[in-house]
Structure formats: C-alpha cells, structure tokens
Ligand binder design. Structure first.
Ligand SMILES: *Cc1c(COP(=O)(O)O)cnc(C)c1O
Length: 380
C-alpha cells in the first residue's frame, strides 16, 4: 500500500481505491480452478456494482447473480449476456420481475409460493415462460456472524423442505413457470470449508427427495459465501479457490448432465479494494487516543453493522507505535473502525488505509449526515 502514497496524496479523501491487477489475478485463479470441473461461476453483483469492476468480471466469462432489478440492468449495461444472469431475492417487486422477464434472464431464483404465483402471472401476460430455480433453505448452520447466516429455518430466505410438496403441486398449476434448478446459499464470510461440505451432504439428501418425486433438475446452484482473510490482506490476497471447488467435487453428487453453479461475491472483489482516508484530528482519551479520520460508517458500514474488522494501516508515519481508537466523524457511537489498535504515532493529515473493502463497502455507502459519496479510483 505504501508504494501508492504519492498517488493517494493527489486525491481528495475519503475515496475507494481498487487494485485492478489483484482483481484480474483473482479472476484468473477462479477461472482456472472452476474450469477444472466445468463449474459455472456467477458474480454476486451486490458485493460491488461498479461498472469497471463488472466489465472485468464479464470479460473473463462469468455470469451475474443479481438481487434487484437495477442490478439486472447494471449487469446488462456492463455487457453480461442475458442468459448468464440469475435473479434472487425474497422480495422481488412486480417492476423488478418485469425487468427480469424483459431481459430474458437465465433464471429466477424463487423463494416462496406467493412469489411463484406473481412471476407466473406476469410471465403469462407477456406470453413468456419464466425459468425458475427453487431457493431451498437447507437448514444448515454456517459459522459466521448471525446477521450473515442465511441457511437456517429461522431465516427469511428460501423455501423449507416441509413446504416442498405444496411447491410441486403449485408448479403443476403455474403453466408459465419452468423448473430448471435448485438453489442454496448458506451465508457469507464462511472460512470453514466444512460448512460447505455440510451443504453438499444436505444437498445430496434434497436431490434424493426430488429424485423420489421423479424430478431431476438441470442446474444445481450452491450460492456463494466463501470468506476472505480480513486480518492478512497481503499474505492471503487470493482466497483458496482450489480447496473450495474441490469440496464440491468431492462431496456433491451430481446426476449425469447436471450443471453446477456458484455465486461468489466477497471472495471475488473483497481484497482488491481499500478505503483511503486522512486523519483529521488526534484527540487524547483516558485509556487510549482517538484518531479521528475523514471516512466513517457512511463509506464503510461493516464494522457498525456486523462488528466486522478491517486491517488499518497508517501509510504516512514510520514512528514508534502507540494505542489508538480509529473513529469516523459521524454522529453515532458505532462509527468506530477499531478500538485500542497499535499504530505508528499518528498525526493530522496522515493517510490511513482501511483494507479489504472491495466487497460490501462502496455499495453500502449512504449520505447520512448529508455527506458526499466517496469516489472510486482504479490502479490502471
Ligand atoms: C449475497 C449473496 C451471494 C454472495 O455472497 P458472498 O458471501 O459475497 O459470496 C450469493 N448468492 C446469494 C443469493 C446472495 O444473497
């Protein structure tokens, strides 16, 4: 990071900085590792929807996984082919469903019977058949923050297996729907690969259930969720995709001709982004000093929202270390990036990098306190 200090000093802080070379290398790794098994990768657009990033991901040949009508439109704008776009989400509005239908997307990942009825009705009006995958709640737990687990019965996501008989009878009625797949997504920032093994074993049982009901779908989609190393962004800049895809190859039983799809977000873009901010004031506290920086929860809400931690580096100072709470300027006590951190002695105008902000950083920005949205800059 320090090698970019001269560049960073030219821009108005706070801003997002994207290392395009790292993004490209990450994409190449994912491509090599998923190609080994002929797997299909869709990028979860919600992690970072910047057009230059979407275009890079489209160029390597991945599809797009969208959770809103605007994400579908942003993907089309970035060049993603309509037949590589999937659209998930528990609360798709009629307008958004119509965007999906008009775009002729590959598949709607549906999450309830009432939603199936609406998609059916809107598709019928257009004289179209909507291809759908059932998002199934596999009721498996993933060891991650409870705000970002999604694969449990108590979560709002997905259809539970005890409702599946009803879903199948609804499908018989709903003639403008075509079932092409089953879909799972168990959560985010999952670093224990055993959680994905658990998903595979459960998916095998669920496939058996469908088989007993004379259904073999063409597509199985296991979602995303692979985590990144927030503590060591340089040592582990690219997640272990080799081991990740191997878990599915080893444990998931696909029927002949069934295709396997993934929806990776964080693992694709998380490490390529940093939030660059400047120290406004250093204020003495009782136990610690406060380094008050010009970025806040408006640029990066993950610490306030999920108690997430991002590695914090002072790029300017080489002095002896001292203890600091690094806090933003927003009028909320949760606007804090790190408590009691050891940092080189810090003063006004020092440049600070908050690392690993490529995913769920800029996309979650708000203008709370009437702040101006931060800009994005790219390394090339
Ligand atoms: C958020 C989401 C993803 C991507 O999750 P990551 O943890 O960023 O990989 C994939 N699929 C669905 C349905 C999602 O909601």
């Amino acid at each position: 990071m320090k090698e970019h200090l001269n560049t960073f000093e030219q821009y108005k802080t706070p801003f997002f900085w994207y290392d395009v070379t790292l993004l490209e290398n990450t994409l190449k790794t994912i491509k090599t590792e998923s190609d080994k098994y002929g797997y299909h990768v869709h990028y979860a657009v919600k992690a970072n929807a910047n057009q230059p990033i979407l275009r890079k991901i489209e160029e390597i040949g991945f599809g797009a996984d969208c959770v809103s009508g605007n994400e579908v439109l942003a993907s089309v704008q970035a060049g993603f082919s309509h037949d590589k776009i999937v659209f998930a989400g528990v609360g798709k509005s009629d307008d958004e469903i119509n965007i999906g239908l008009d775009t002729n997307i590959f598949c709607f990942n549906v999450e309830s019977i009432p939603e199936m009825e609406v998609i059916n009705e809107l598709a019928a009006k257009k004289g179209k058949i909507a291809k759908i995958a059932l998002r199934i709640n596999p009721n498996v737990n993933a060891a991650t923050h409870h705000y970002i687990t999604t694969g449990l019965q108590e979560n709002k996501f997905g259809i539970n297996m005890w409702e599946m008989e009803d879903v199948l009878s609804a499908l018989e009625r709903l003639k403008s729907l075509q079932l092409i797949g089953i879909h799972f997504h168990i959560g985010s920032q999952i670093n224990n690969l055993d959680d994905f093994k658990g998903l595979c074993l459960r998916a095998n049982e669920i496939q058996e259930w469908f088989y007993k009901h004379q259904i073999i779908v063409d597509h199985v989609n296991v979602g995303g969720g692979l985590g990144i190393d927030y503590d060591n962004p340089d040592a582990n800049a690219i997640p272990n995709f080799e081991a990740y895809f191997k878990v599915f190859s080893d444990h998931l039983k696909l029927r002949p001709k069934q295709e396997l799809h993934f929806e990776l977000g964080r693992a694709v873009v998380g490490q390529c982004g940093s939030l660059i901010t400047k120290v406004l004031y250093v204020k003495k506290g009782v136990e610690t000093n406060f380094a008050i920086v010009d970025a806040g929860m408006t640029e990066l809400i993950r610490p306030a929202l999920y108690q997430a931690t991002h590695k914090i580096e002072n790029l300017t100072s080489n002095k002896a270390e001292n203890r600091y709470d690094v806090v933003g300027p927003i009028c909320e006590s949760s606007d804090c990036f790190g408590k009691a951190l050891m940092l080189p002695e810090t003063q006004r105008n020092d440049i600070i990098a908050l690392r690993s902000t490529g995913a769920y950083g800029e996309v979650m920005a708000s203008q709370y306190n009437l702040r101006t949205l931060a800009k994005a800059y790219y390394s090339k």
